[in-house]
Design a protein around this ligand. Structure first.
Ligand code: HEM
Length: 562
C-alpha cells in the first residue's frame, strides 16, 4: 500500500504536503471552490514555495502513474525573466503542451490551437499570417470602428432607459452585448460582413419602447453553440486522462456534437458562398492579391489559387473550417473577456476615465469628425495614456491565467533537473501582477542558475511592491509622460513562436473599444453587489458579472475631476 499510494514528487523541487493517493488534488479543489478558478492553486503554491515549485496530481511521478498515465507532476515556473527566456529562446526544449493540444483536438483537430509545432502548423501560420499584419489591420480598422459604434448606439438607448423614472434598474447587464460585439468584429474580419448580433439587440430595444434597459432578444444560436464548444474545451482540464479526452468528447458528448455540427454548418455555408463569389469575380476581373484582400476567407482563397498554380500544398476544406473555428473561438471569447474586465475596472476608477477622455480629445481631435486610422489609434507616442490603461487592464485581469509547455528532453530549470515529458506551467496572470522589487533579491540571486540565454539580461523593469497589486495605469508612464512598454513584467499574450497568434488584432480591438466607449460615456460607480469580482474559468477567465451604467459625458459634472 505504501508503494502504491504514496504520491511521488520530482526530487529537490519544493512541493506542498501531499495526501496519499490524491497528492495535491484536494488542495486544488479547495482553492477552486474558494476562488472559483483552478489556477489559483498554482498561483498560491508559487507564492509560498518560490520561483520553481511543483504540484502533484494523484500519484505524481510514481511508476504506477507513469505506467497507467493516471497522475502527473506539474512544475510551476514563476519568474518572469526565466519564463520569457523559456518561451522565446528555449522553444526546442519546451514545446506547446500535449494537454493543451488534447483540449482542442476534438473541436478543431486541424486548427493551430491543436497542432503540435511541426511543418503543418508552420504552413497554417504562414497561410493566415497576413491577417495580423499592419496593412491588413489598417484595412480592418474602419470595420471594427463600425462595430464599436453599434455598441455605443445600443448602450445609448439602454442608458436613456435607465435614466427614465420608470426604470427599476440601476445598471444593465453588458455581458452579452460585449460577447455579441466581439463575435460581430470577428465575423466582419473573417467573412467581410458582420454577424449583426448587436444590431439585432438595438433593433429589439428600439422596437420595444417599454422594455427594460437589460432586455435583449434571445441569444443567437451560433453564439450559444460557440459557448457550448468553449465550455467543453475548458472543462476538459478536469478530465483525468487527457490523451483519451478527444475520443471521449467525440463519443459521449452529444451536446458538444450538436453544437459543433451546427457551427460547422454555418461556417461551411459562408465558405461556399465566399468561394462562389470569389470564382465569379475572379473570372470577371482581376482579383486583388492576397495582401490586398479584405477578409480572411478571400486571403485563404487567393493563397489557395496561388498554391494551385505553383503546384504547392493548399489547405484542405476541413483545415479551413478548423481555422475558421479557431478565429471564432480564439478571437472572440478572449477579447470579449478583456472588454468585460475593462468595464468592471473602469467604473471603479472615475479619474482614469476622465484622464483618458481628455487625452483622446486633446491628442486625437479628428475622432470627433471621423474614425481614427490604424496608425493614429496605435500611436503610443501620441496616446500614451490609452496604451497605459490598456496594458494595465490586461495586466490586472488574468484573462489567460496560465500557460504551459512540455519538456521535450531532459533539461534544467533554474538549476533543478527536469525530466523529458514534464509539464511546466507558467502562472502569467499572477506573475505580471505580483512579481515586484520586493522579491528583487531572490530574482537577482538566481543569476548563478539561470540558463545561458536568460543571463543575457532581464527584458523588463520591476513593479513596486507597494502598489503592484493595484490598478494604476501611471506605472506604464515615464517621468516625461511617454509610454514605456517594458516598465515591468507583462505576459497576457505569452511570448515566442507559440505565443498568441491574434495579439495585434486583440490590442487594436481593445484600443478602439476603450476609445469609442470612453469618448461617449462615463461609466458610473456601481454598488458592490453589481460589481463582484468572481470569475468563471473556461479557456479564458471571464467575469461572472458585468453591469454598466453609462452616462453621456454632457450629463457629468466634470468639475469634480479638476
Ligand atoms: C485579449 C485577447 C487575447 C488574449 C489575452 C490572448 C491570449 C493568448 C494566450 C495566453 C495564448 C497561449 C500562448 C501560449 O501558449 O504561449 C494564446 C494563443 C492563441 N491565440 Fe490568443 N489571446 C487573445 C486574443 C486572440 C485573438 C483576437 C485571436 C484571433 C484569432 C487569438 C488567436 C490565438 C491563437 C490561434 C492561439 C494559438 C497559437 C499557437 O498555438 O501557436 N487570440 N492567446
Amino acid at each position: 500500500i505504501h508503494h502504491v499510494g504514496k504520491p511521488t514528487p520530482l526530487p529537490l523541487i519544493p512541493h506542498n504536503n501531499l495526501k496519499w493517493f490524491v497528492g495535491d488534488i484536494h488542495f486544488i479543489a479547495k482553492l477552486a471552490k474558494e476562488k472559483g478558478t483552478m489556477t489559483h492553486a498554482f498561483d498560491d503554491t508559487a507564492l509560498r514555495l518560490g520561483p520553481v515549485s511543483q504540484v502533484v496530481i494523484g500519484l505524481g511521478a510514481s511508476w504506477i502513474s507513469r505506467t497507467f498515465g493516471l497522475g502527473q507532476v506539474i512544475v510551476i515556473l514563476a519568474d518572469s525573466q526565466e519564463m520569457h527566456d523559456l518561451l522565446v529562446n528555449r522553444a526546442a526544449e519546451f514545446d506547446r503542451s500535449k494537454l493543451v493540444n488534447n483540449l482542442f483536438a476534438a473541436t478543431l483537430p486541424q486548427g493551430m490551437l491543436a497542432l503540435p509545432t511541426d511543418q503543418r502548423f508552420k504552413h497554417h501560420k504562414r497561410y493566415l499570417g497576413i491577417t495580423m499584419t499592419n496593412p491588413y489591420l489598417a484595412r480592418m480598422t474602419p470595420r471594427i470602428m463600425d462595430r464599436m459604434q453599434e455598441l455605443v448606439d445600443l448602450w445609448s438607448v439602454a442608458a436613456k432607459r435607465l435614466s427614465m423614472g420608470s426604470s427599476t434598474e440601476f445598471a444593465f447587464n453588458a455581458l452579452d452585448d460585449i460577447r455579441l460585439s466581439s463575435i460581430d468584429v470577428i465575423a466582419s474580419i473573417t467573412f467581410g460582413t458582420s454577424f449583426d448580433g448587436v444590431k439585432a439587440s438595438l433593433g429589439y430595444l428600439e422596437g420595444n419602447p417599454s422594455a427594460s434597459p437589460s432586455s435583449r432578444p434571445t441569444i443567437p444560436k451560433l453564439v450559444a453553440d460557440l459557448e457550448v464548444l468553449l465550455n467543453t474545451i475548458g472543462n476538459g482540464i478536469f478530465f483525468p486522462v487527457s490523451t483519451i479526452l478527444p475520443w471521449w468528447t467525440r463519443t459521449f458528448n452529444y451536446k458538444w456534437h450538436r453544437a459543433l455540427t451546427s457551427t460547422h454548418g454555418y461556417l461551411r455555408s459562408r465558405l461556399h458562398s465566399a468561394r462562389a463569389n470569389y470564382e465569379a469575380e475572379y473570372n470577371k476581373s482581376e482579383k486583388p492579391a492576397a495582401h490586398k484582400a479584405d477578409n480572411v476567407l478571400d486571403i485563404i482563397l487567393e493563397r489557395e489559387r496561388g498554391d494551385q498554380t505553383r503546384g504547392t500544398k493548399t489547405l484542405t476544406g476541413a483545415e479551413i473550417i478548423d481555422e475558421l473555428t479557431t478565429f471564432a473561438l480564439g478571437g472572440s471569447e478572449t477579447t470579449a473577456a478583456a472588454m468585460q474586465w475593462s468595464v468592471k475596472i473602469l467604473c471603479k476608477h472615475p479619474a482614469v476615465q476622465y484622464k483618458l477622455r481628455t487625452e483622446l480629445l486633446t491628442n486625437l481631435p479628428v475622432i470627433n469628425t471621423r474614425p481614427p486610422t490604424y496608425t493614429e489609434i496605435t500611436d503610443d507616442n501620441n496616446l500614451p495614456y490609452l496604451s497605459a490603461v490598456m496594458y494595465e487592464i490586461l495586466r490586472c485581469s488574468r484573462i489567460a491565467a496560465a500557460i504551459d509547455r512540455d519538456a521535450t528532453c531532459d533539461t534544467t530549470l533554474l538549476g533543478y533537473p527536469i525530466p523529458k515529458g514534464t509539464r511546466v506551467l507558467m502562472p502569467i496572470g499572477m506573475v505580471q501582477q505580483l512579481e515586484s522589487d520586493g522579491s528583487k533579491d531572490i530574482t537577482d540571486g538566481l543569476d548563478s542558475v539561470r540558463s545561458a540565454s536568460s543571463l543575457r539580461g532581464r527584458k523588463t523593469g520591476y513593479w513596486s511592491a507597494s502598489d503592484a497589486h493595484l490598478f494604476k495605469p501611471e506605472r506604464w508612464l515615464c517621468e516625461d509622460g511617454s509610454f514605456n512598454a517594458i516598465a515591468g513584467p507583462w505576459l497576457p499574450f505569452s511570448y515566442g513562436f507559440r505565443g498568441c497568434f491574434g495579439q495585434k488584432l486583440a490590442l487594436l480591438e481593445l484600443r478602439l473599444f476603450l476609445a469609442t466607449t470612453q469618448l461617449n460615456f462615463f461609466f458610473d460607480a456601481l454598488p458592490d453587489e453589481l460589481n463582484g469580482w468572481k470569475s468563471h474559468e473556461t479557456v479564458t477567465n471571464h467575469p461572472v458579472q458585468c453591469y454598466v451604467r453609462p452616462i453621456p459625458w454632457d450629463d457629468v459634472n466634470v468639475n469634480l475631476f479638476n
